[in-house]
Design a protein. Structure first.
Length: 379
């Protein structure tokens, strides 16, 4: 019998199954007090400090004289708060703050392979990024102040030319909502929307990964280039004198096409490619191991005592016997599945789990600890 999950206040009191069947990819959902009494995880000064760091991905959006301007961080200085019509966007805050990661993980009724990141936008009064659409699903959680959202299911998604942002040329709002802290708005892909700060405000965007098939195809061909084996070399023992020397002959074309058609890929090839691709860290992610790592023996002792957890930026996925972590893959046996899959699903493994794991798993945990992919839990 299929297990039915519980209704979630985060989804307005409906179950994930109902949300996915009725709203996901289909229509918007306004959820009043999705997180009652919500307060910002970072105050604006902490957000500004994060935007000044090299490892954080940030953008500054400004609007003046019917013109949009975008600058990429890091930012040592931001516009004075009295100046209107500007917005600071800080991407991937979950990679830097545990409380942001914990908020993002509340949305794990969507698989990790699709869950992307938590972006925080700070806007002065009147600030926004203009009428636009996203190519992915998004939850917009109001964290501080108020933001007025105007949305539309319009089919006209033509853009204003010559702008650094994808601004809709003919946005026509159909619905309008004023969001207070704790309120949340879900929008499916390609749903036109425009958010404007009413006074100073902060909005959290929970986004989802939706790579284009073109991107996936190019990455897969690159992945397969290391495994393709086509023995032999082109030869034409039946070659005839060329009447037109510059023309590529049909015989040559057919010969090479016949050889290239021998290229095949299996379901396992696709599994390994997709797992490595989806677990690959983002470009700005840098892992740092402990300054003075414990010896393998002492690490295992500490892990059995306290347990371990995945680092904030670590992405761990699996399919069948294959496990993927930060762009790398390996196969596991039945004896290792319990510990490894629990670590992947729970993003942590308690001391008992470490103790019951095989030596191979304990060695892998130690290696990941040294690389900064895994950390010992606090006492």
């Amino acid at each position: 019998m299929k297990k039915i999950s519980q209704a979630l206040p985060l989804l307005g009191g409906i179950t994930p199954e109902q949300f996915l069947s009725e709203y996901w990819h289909k229509k918007p959902l306004l959820i009043r007090q999705a997180i009652p009494g919500f307060t910002p995880l970072l105050d604006k000064d902490e957000l500004f400090e994060l935007a000044a760091q090299e490892e954080a991905e940030s953008r500054l959006i400004s609007f003046f004289g019917k013109h949009w301007e975008m600058q990429n961080g890091p930012f040592e200085q931001l516009p004075v708060k009295e100046k209107k019509d500007w917005t600071l966007l800080v991407q991937g805050v979950n990679l830097h703050r545990e409380e942001a990661d914990a908020l993002l993980r509340q949305f794990r009724f969507i698989p990790d392979a699709r869950l992307d990141d938590l972006m925080i936008s700070y806007a002065a009064d009147g600030g926004g990024v203009g009428p636009h659409f996203d190519s992915y699903d998004v939850f917009l959680l109001q964290a501080h102040g108020q933001r007025r959202w105007k949305i539309s299911a319009q089919k006209d998604l033509s853009l204003v030319e010559g702008m650094p942002l994808k601004i809709l040329r003919n946005f026509k709002a159909v619905q309008e909502f004023l969001l207070e802290p704790g309120d949340m708005l879900y929008l499916p892909p390609h749903y036109a929307h425009d958010g404007e700060a009413v006074g100073e405000c902060m909005t959290y965007s929970i986004g989802f990964r939706a790579p284009s098939y073109q991107e996936l195809g190019e990455a897969f061909l690159h992945f397969m280039s290391d495994t393709i084996e086509l023995p032999g070399r082109y030869a034409d023992p039946e070659l005839k004198p060329a009447a037109n020397p510059a023309e590529i002959s049909s015989a040559m074309l057919s010969n090479i096409a016949e050889q290239l058609e021998k290229i095949r890929f299996s379901e396992e090839d696709m599994t390994i490619f997709l797992g490595e691709y989806l677990s690959e860290p983002k470009r700005n992610v840098v892992f740092s191991g402990p300054d003075k790592p414990l010896t393998p023996k002492r690490f295992t002792q500490a892990a059995i005592k306290n347990g371990v957890s995945l680092s904030l930026a670590t992405q761990m996925l699996y399919k069948g016997k294959h496990v993927f972590i930060n762009g790398e893959s390996f196969a596991i046996g039945k004896e290792d599945k319990v510990a490894i899959l629990k670590l992947a699903n729970d993003r942590e493994l308690d001391g008992n789990g470490v103790a019951e794991a095989s030596e191979d798993v304990q060695e892998a945990l130690c290696t990941w600890y040294e690389d900064g992919w895994v950390q010992l839990k606090a006492k």
